[in-house]
Design a protein around this ligand. Structure first.
Ligand code: PLO
Length: 514
């Protein structure tokens, strides 16, 4: 009997202690939840996650909590709260959750996208950033030149498809893969290289598998049972790693510590400096090199090629927008030279269209989940250490309190009244995330989107495929919000053909260094 009294007393004391500790604290409203399964039985599986979380805002407010099995999750749906979390208290929320699927992809949290916030992550991120600076600063082989070279080959490939209905996926993939390949290894792939086909399929399979395996990320013990999706993910990650390892092995031969030209060189040089005096965290290992290259490669290719396809699809739906962009290209650039990065403040319709596509169809509608590395707060709400946070970019980009008719595709919202200047109508816009984990390749991505689109629209008209079907603007939710496969036609513009008579090649390359 007495032990029963002691246990009851201890429970009561614990309850009072908890209550006292929580005095004055305000927590986000929480969805109902049960032991073990958490809020899962109360959640709808009909809508995709970002849409469902946006709908829940009506009932639970701009910030709310739920239990994904044993994990406490907070969903942030509003820009001012996201700003507080990502920018003001960025460091408090800069960690990543440990999940079965991303552990498989990142070799247990190596690389930079899925690794924990700490000295090791900081070191690899700095190495990547320093390589980015190299490509921005130097005059030979800078980003602009590399992208223009790829845009040139892209246009030649598209000219060869003239008049046929084609799926633009492979061409978009190859163009962005080759830019990132130059960045990582200082070389590129040819159109019919077998490896391109393999890496494209493998990468697509990884994205699909990551989107499917969310239950194993909630209850890790599920992996103890046979799991087809997880096996597929492991196989594809293995193939990706083998391909990258093969490339690294070949490129390593050319390494010269006195001539650092790409990301692999930067990482190998850092590895040379590694010695027994360094702590494990500062040690550069082959596996870390592989995972860092894998992240940069995956992020660089999948995101850019996906956005280009979304832009093409929107322009097929809104030919009047395409015409405005082309009119501006004709006026500001003409046909005697090719587009340059410095044209960005001239081609306002193109820039505003890119911004609008990144708003209406964000690359990562829930970003990559963040984790609180310390007890902290978002706005007036207490957030305990270890909380998983989803930033619902979809809701932030479609918030009717911030955007006029958010469901409408309207690039001109990013232009002033006279359509003479680019503007930001609201701050409710984070297409590349923000704070310490902001996309490291934002500069490169924006440059690629602008130049690829400017080159293509300077010379091609975009037409609906022969079957007359417009692409669906409903995407497929996943780590990258992808458009469903579609076909379209690229037709050389009459104006282009008449200005460059008898030739389909682009005009002479732009002068060096703008
Ligand atoms: C894409 C498939 C590749 O095979 C592996 C890969 C690595 C990095 C990931 C990327 C994938 C998807 C887009 C991600 C990127 C890191 C940052 C980027 C998640 C899964 C975004 C959008 O945040």
């Amino acid at each position: 009997m007495w032990w029963f009294l002691i246990i009851s007393l201890l429970t009561l004391l614990y309850y009072i202690w908890q209550k006292l500790g929580n005095l004055g604290k305000k927590y986000p409203m929480c969805l109902p939840h049960l032991p073990i399964v958490g809020s899962l039985p109360y959640m709808s599986v009909q809508d995709e996650a970002h849409i469902y979380f946006t709908k829940l805002k009506e009932k639970y407010g701009h910030i709310y909590a739920l239990w994904m099995g044993p994990s406490y999750v907070v969903v942030v749906n509003q820009f001012s709260l996201a700003k507080d979390m990502l920018l003001k208290k960025g460091k408090d929320f800069a960690s990543r959750p440990q999940m079965v699927t991303t552990d498989i992809l990142s070799g247990s949290g190596k690389g930079i996208a899925f690794s924990d916030y700490g000295p090791q992550w900081r070191m690899y991120r700095k190495l990547v950033q320093s390589t980015f600076s190299l490509f921005r600063d130097r005059s030979s082989q800078n980003f602009e030149k590399i992208i223009c070279q790829e845009a040139n080959t892209l246009c030649k490939r598209l000219a060869n498809t003239e008049g046929q209905s084609v799926d633009p996926s492979k061409d978009c993939f190859l163009a962005s893969a080759n830019v990132i390949c130059q960045f990582c290894f200082s070389n590129s792939w040819k159109q019919n290289d077998k490896d391109v086909e393999i890496i494209m399929n493998v990468s697509d399979a990884i994205i699909k598998a990551l989107a499917k395996n969310n239950l194993v990320d909630i209850f890790p013990w599920i992996q103890l049972f046979p799991n087809k999706d997880l096996t597929l993910l492991k196989e594809n990650v293995k193939s990706r790693n083998e391909l990258l390892e093969k490339k690294i092995k070949i490129e390593k031969e050319k390494f010269n510590k006195d001539s650092i030209n790409n990301l692999l060189d930067t990482l190998l040089k850092a590895k040379m400096k590694t010695n027994s005096h360094l702590s494990q965290e500062q040690e550069v290992t082959d596996e870390h090199i592989l995972m860092t290259l894998g992240d940069i490669f995956g992020a660089g290719v999948e995101t850019t090629s996906s956005v280009i396809k979304w832009i093409l699809a929107y322009l097929l739906h809104y030919p009047e927008v395409k015409e405005k962009i082309q009119k501006e290209i004709d006026q500001k650039i003409g046909f005697t030279r090719t587009p340059l990065l410095s044209d960005r403040n001239q081609l306002l319709f193109l820039e505003s269209t890119i911004r609008e596509v990144l708003r209406i169809r964000p690359v990562a509608p829930l970003l990559i989940p963040h984790v609180a590395c310390t007890d902290s707060s978002i706005g007036e709400y207490t957030i305990p250490k270890g909380t998983r946070i989803y930033v619902n970019l979809w809701s932030i980009h479609h918030d009717p309190e911030e955007w006029d008719e958010p469901e409408q595709f309207n690039p001109e919202r990013f232009l002033d009244k006279n359509k003479e200047q680019l503007i930001m109508p609201t701050s409710s816009y984070f297409p590349f995330g923000g704070g310490p984990r902001v996309c490291v390749g934002e500069f490169l991505a924006r440059a690629e989107l602008f130049l690829f689109m400017a080159w293509v629209l300077q010379r091609f008209d975009l037409e609906v495929a022969d079957n007359g079907e417009l692409p669906s603007l409903e995407g497929v939710y996943g780590v990258v919000y992808q458009i469903n496969p579609f076909k379209m036609k690229f037709k050389l513009r009459k104006a282009w053909l008449s200005s460059v008579p008898g030739q389909q090649d682009p005009p002479p390359p732009a002068p060096e260094d703008s």
